[in-house]
Design a binder for this molecule. Structure first.
Ligand code: FAD
Length: 315
């Protein structure tokens, strides 16, 4: 089922989860264990992150080609196939612009269609990981809105090259939104103009970057509605687990941590897990009371805390 269908049909609060593929060479069993652990809280759907290929080929002065590094976490599509077909839980495949040609993206979409996966989160990806050169003769998507356009074109039967007897597709496409603005955007107003470009290109819903103060989400929804964005906006949250994250979260995700949370954790460092869990529980409560259509958890493959939290909101 598509994400939009889940949202339309929901009678109880919906919860979705985002997981990451195992590092290259590691067993997929870790992922299967995670999905088993999530089963009791009935995931509405599970997102699987994508990682742009860091492989690049360097032509040395003597003409030989040297391979540098490569994709550290491959397997997004395969993992979605396992979750969807073995567990009958819908999945959302993260697809990136950066590092992929349009041709590779079209191939991935065909593969997804064969697997019965119809949900995509269309993302640009981040510059530092974008090391794979795409030949100048091939085309690429640069912004997430370009990728949304490509998927929606395929939905209406438009392949990159004309194909006789090509089917039409039915992908539901989500995009990312940033309540505390995307780090490259000069301000929230311009970032919302760009978010609207993605929606105008056909995005069916938005899922937000994590935030630790619900006020950011509610203000963002208000501003987005004022900017003419009418699709569902799903809040994304994460449970704080350790003191290291007081530095790593703002650094990696360009968001603020509220004073009250930082003070509580700094004063009582032995109880960070408990404090983080209580904080996230209050966030979920507030989001659901405020009318959020679903709560999306960035679980980073750690299920216990999130399962405990979600159980409180399920009968
Ligand atoms: P875009 O929407 O393309 O926006 C990127 C920047 O360009 C913004 O500042 C925007 O304001 C600006 N912009 C957009 N369109 C235009 C335009 N036409 N002209 C000028 N400026 C424009 N990364 C991964 O590598 N893998 C993942 O699986 C992954 N999952 C994510 C899931 C969620 C829910 C979120 C919020 C982020 C995720 N990311 C992931 C990170 C994401 O790739 C980065 O945040 C990236 O920097 C931006 O991606 P985007 O799709 O929002 O880009």
């Amino acid at each position: 089922m598509k994400v939009t269908e889940h949202l339309e049909r929901a009678k109880n609060p919906l919860f979705s989860y985002e997981i990451v593929p195992p590092p290259r060479g590691r067993s997929v069993q870790d992922i299967i264990d995670i999905v088993e652990a999530l089963k009791p809280v009935h995931p509405a759907w599970i997102d699987v992150t994508a990682h742009s290929s860091s492989a690049y080929y360097n032509e040395k002065e003597d003409g030989t080609i040297e391979r540098k590094i490569y994709k550290k976490r491959p397997g997004t599509i395969g993992i979605c196939g396992i979750i969807q077909n073995r567990f009958q839980i819908d999945t959302v495949v993260h697809l990136l612009c950066l590092g992929f040609s349009k041709e590779e993206t079209e191939d991935a979409l065909l593969e997804l269609n064969f697997l019965g996966i119809h949900n995509i989160l269309a993302l640009r990806g981040d510059g530092p990981n974008y090391k794979k050169e795409i030949s100048k003769s091939r085309s690429a998507n640069y912004y997430a809105s370009d990728l949304v356009e490509q998927v929606k074109a395929l939905n209406s039967g438009k392949f990159l090259d004309e194909i006789e007897g090509g089917s039409k597709f039915d992908f539901c496409v989500g995009v990312a939104g940033y309540p505390e603005k995307h780090f490259e955007a000069p301000n929230l107003k311009l970032d919302l103009i760009n978010l609207k470009r993605k929606v105008d290109a056909g995005a069916d819903y938005v899922v937000t970057q994590m935030f630790f103060d619900n006020k950011h989400y509610f203000e963002f929804v208000k501003e987005a509605r004022a900017a003419g964005i009418t699709v569902p906006i799903i809040p994304g949250i994460k449970v704080l687990k350790n003191t290291t994250q007081l530095v790593s979260i703002p650094k990696n995700f360009y968001i603020d941590l509220p004073d009250e949370l930082v003070e509580a954790v700094t004063k009582d460092q032995k109880n960070v897990t408990h404090i983080g869990k209580e904080w996230a529980t209050k966030q979920v409560q507030g989001l659901l009371e405020g009318g959020a259509p679903c709560v999306h958890f960035y679980i980073m493959n750690d299920t216990n805390t999130v399962v405990d939290i979600v159980k409180k909101f399920q009968k």
